[in-house]
Write a new protein. Structure first.
Ligand code: CMP
Length: 328
């Protein structure tokens, strides 16, 4: 692959600008469709989970114990990040398995919502964090979001026999159980019991649906709760902050400084951060180009098979490559 020529930068940049605009429009349309399909998929996944749970219950005639999968969250490694504009999405990671842009909260209200933090002991903080990261529906949240949710959770307690959540109600809070036991029932039938260190009440908030089951305290219980508005604000703010960080990054790249603000903003919309470790191949010569890269940290070597091995070009922060992909 030929290294980008910096000398005719203005002409190339203009061509790229036009090609980029076309690609961005195309991507936006595709993204809107993907969003729609993913929402549909999420809803179907949710239904499957519920049907599966019903099936398990029918099969075993026993209480199911712990209802959440305790998988280790897939954390990003410490490799240097790179920004990619993917024009085809073969490596697309599934977007967050939750509604990252909840419809219940108007973005205009975002600045009005004050997030309050509540003091917690180290033990409580660890229990909440583990619970959030263990939960099937929340483990894909970014680490920063998990920490902010944790920070905003307030303590509450209820006596044995109290109804924490009533099936069919509008959901107002997501809970983490710290002490005691609760029972989950649906249409009067027991689904399972939940013990300390588990999240519940997340479905109605994440999916903007009514409560899918009733949750009753089997003992006196101690809970941590975050309300719907706080939760949704954290989700949306993170998206906006990220967008502004990406726009700032693009503005800091000399080759992109001439781009109008709306193009930078659209580019930031489709930018994804990706990490490579030392020695990884990013693009192979001869492979179909579908991604345009801008280096945000680290260094990249560009080499060509036909060229002598010492004819390598080093690219670093702010340099870009894979631009042929933008030209289609
Ligand atoms: P939500 O629908 O907001 O309120 C009721 C909660 O009960 C729900 O979120 C889940 O946290 C929990 N819940 C619903 N169905 C099940 C199930 N089959 N097994 C375990 N927990 C459930």
């Amino acid at each position: 692959m030929a290294a980008p020529k910096r000398a005719d930068g203005v002409g190339v940049l203009r061509d790229l600008q036009v090609a980029l605009q076309l690609k961005i429009d195309e991507l936006m349309e595709r993204d809107a469709l993907i969003d729609e399909l993913e929402l549909e998929l999420d809803a179907k996944e949710l239904l499957i989970r519920h049907l599966q749970a019903e099936l398990d219950r029918e099969r075993t005639f026993a209480s199911c114990g712990d209802n959440t999968a305790a998988e280790v969250p897939n954390k990003a490694g410490g490799e240097p990040p790179m920004m990619r504009v993917s024009l085809d999405e073969p490596q697309r990671t599934k977007r967050q398995a939750i509604s990252a842009e909840p419809t219940a909260l108007d973005p205009a209200q975002l600045t009005d919502v004050t997030l309050t933090s509540y003091c917690k002991t180290k033990e409580s903080s660890e229990l909440i964090q583990r619970a959030l990261m263990d939960n099937d529906f929340m483990k894909h949240l970014e680490h920063g979001q998990i920490l902010t949710i944790l920070d905003c959770m307030r303590p509450t307690s209820l006596e044995r026999g109290c109804c924490v959540i009533q099936e069919g109600d509008d959901g107002s809070s997501v809970y983490v159980l710290e002490e005691g036991m609760v029972e989950v029932t649906k249409e009067g039938k027991k689904l399972c019991t939940i013990g300390p260190g588990k999240v519940f009440g997340e479905l109605a908030i994440l999916y903007n649906c009514t409560r899918t089951a009733t949750v009753t305290a089997l003992t006196d219980i101690k809970l941590w709760a975050i309300d719907r508005q706080g939760f949704q604000t954290i989700m949306m703010r993170t998206g906006l902050i990220k967008h502004s960080q990406y726009t700032d990054f693009l503005r800091s790249v000399p080759s992109f400084q001439a781009l109008p603000e709306d193009i930078l903003s659209k580019l930031a919309d489709v930018l994804e951060e990706t990490h490579y470790t030392d020695g990884d191949y990013i693009i192979r010569q001869g492979a179909t180009g579908d991604t345009f890269f801008i280096i945000s940290e680290g260094q990249v070597t560009v080499s060509q098979q036909s060229a002598p091995s010492d004819e390598k070009v080093m690219l670093s922060k702010g340099d870009w490559f894979g631009e042929q992909a933008l030209k289609g």
